[in-house]
Design a protein. Sequence first.
Length: 419
Amino acid sequence: MTSLRITNVHLIDPEGQTVQLGSLTIKDGRIAADDPAAPELDGQGKYLAPGIVDIGAKVCEPGERHKESFRSAGLAAAAGGVTTLVTRPDTAPAIDSPETLEFASRRAQATCVVRTYQMAALTKGRLGREMTEIGFLLDAGAIAFTDCDAVVTDTKVLSRALTYARQLGALVIGHPQDPGLSKGAAATSGKFATLRAIPAVSAMAERLGLERDLAMVEMTGAKYHADQISTALALPALERAKQQGLDVTAGVSIHHLTLNEFDVANYRSFFKVKPPLRSEEDRLAMVAALASGLIDIISSMHTPQDEESKRLPYEQAASGAVALETLLPAALRLYHAEQLTLPQLFRALSLNPAKRLGLPSGSLADGTPADLILFDPNAPFVLDRFKLQSKSKNTPFDGQRMQGRVLATFVQGEKVYQR
């Protein structure tokens, strides 16, 4: 079937910021002008939106395939409405050469049911000592460059990498965190961390890290994206950078939008993420920044960890949570709380990440790829982590009541998931 007309659906347009009842036609893998003669699929009054473009998911190939493979990540993404995965290079070994990048690309093309793009490391081995061959990695298909949470401390190395990236038009993704202050921390400084005797870091570490990165961007003129902003202290620096006209965007993880430090409760290690969960005031500040457009992108920061890595004392447990399948229902908490509209959510989940990466997806405009999700935002369920498609089951939402189910996912017009 080369054509399909999805009728009786609420169309979520993140560009026009509208939701309206209508229909959408798919022809030859793209969104096309309305064709009443095309075969029909009755949407039954549910919601149709651009597929999610997720920046910063970790797929553990090469090196730790037992935690997550491209196949399992693709199945999880499709079930969660993620039609484009942009994967991190913090693998074992790191994706820091054209050879390792091409390996990951081939594995993804062979086994993953959704679109995939790979980011490459900014420095060799993510060690911060010598920049990677950015030009060769771009030629091999790298879509952005990042050392993830291994912050480059040598500013001379960072300035060279940013300068070279600017000359080639490459996007650099930074992790705003002062590595000295945050070393060994498992919580955010405050009364809760003190009462629980958890090693903590001040929220100021994020502000310091961001201000340093933004100063380097101002000096070099590079394109820069902050992977996760999680504290209100960092927002003024971000606002100033945008007002100055720097080519800067910022993201926030779904966990920092929907959880706070008290969710850790009695040392629940599935809630240990990086940076650590913040105060409720910080969480609300992130929601407000997202609504205003100061923060551009919501990401899953999908980080699979096996049971052995998580079933440890809180301080020793590995950081990270799986989130490909929980990204949409968790984000819909903000919609049901009337804090964000559906077009605002999909502006941050689909349109903005696609625009930042120069991808043609993320909208419902005619001629764009038919990467779409059909979902019911009101369908209630209780999450069972053992039913997740991901190999690893380290979700903080296990056993929680959630609302919002993906009914079907389309990639280039082909249905890759149906509930």
